[in-house]
Design a binder for this molecule. Structure first.
Ligand SMILES: [Cu+2]
Length: 172
């Protein structure tokens, strides 16, 4: 029976590890950073293939005095106005921790930067919701996940033990 327990532990360990994956750091715009993009849809596209979870970090890479980060309500995001902003950071680079689920809107208040597409809308899901994202957008590369083969081997072992016990019961 001890073997069965070990097999079960081995079977579920990879899933436990996946669940405990640490919060990711998303470098906004990746190598482009936080600036007026060449394409006004750039940050919308950048967001589209990513999953943002509670306590992930948005890292805005910009030079102080050239841009800023202003957190605004949706209406201000849409109209590129910094009205009713809840946060304005003028010193770059700046790391923002996504400490609330739901939508977060950021713009740059310099000149026509926001109109040029320097605006970001992210939707934060709960950290405990099932993971369906591809690889985390962390700057530290994750080691390739070994779980499937280990899990299937453990599962095969488990099935073997169950089958053996069942067979043993039949014979005895
Ligand atoms: Cu700007």
């Amino acid at each position: 029976m001890a073997n069965t327990c070990l097999s079960l532990a081995a079977l579920f360990l990879p899933f436990l590890l996946l669940r405990c994956a640490t919060a990711a750091v998303h470098v906004v715009g990746d190598s482009t950073g936080w600036r007026i993009p060449d394409n006004a849809q750039f940050y919308t596209t950048w967001v589209s293939d990513k999953t943002f979870r509670l306590n992930d970090t948005l890292s805005f890479q910009f030079a102080t005095g050239q841009h800023d980060v202003v957190k605004v309500p949706k209406a201000s995001y849409d109209s590129c106005s910094e009205n009713s902003n809840t946060l304005k950071v003028t010193t770059g680079p700046y790391n923002y921790t996504l400490n609330e689920t739901g939508s977060h809107y950021f713009i740059c208040s310099f000149g026509q930067h926001c109109q040029g597409g320097q605006k970001l809308a992210v939707v934060v899901s709960d950290a405990s919701s099932p993971t369906s994202s591809p690889s985390p957008t962390s700057s530290t590369p994750q080691p390739p996940p070994p779980p499937s083969s280990a899990a299937s081997r453990a599962f095969a072992g488990f099935i073997f033990i169950v089958a053996s016990v069942a067979l043993g019961n039949l014979i005895l």
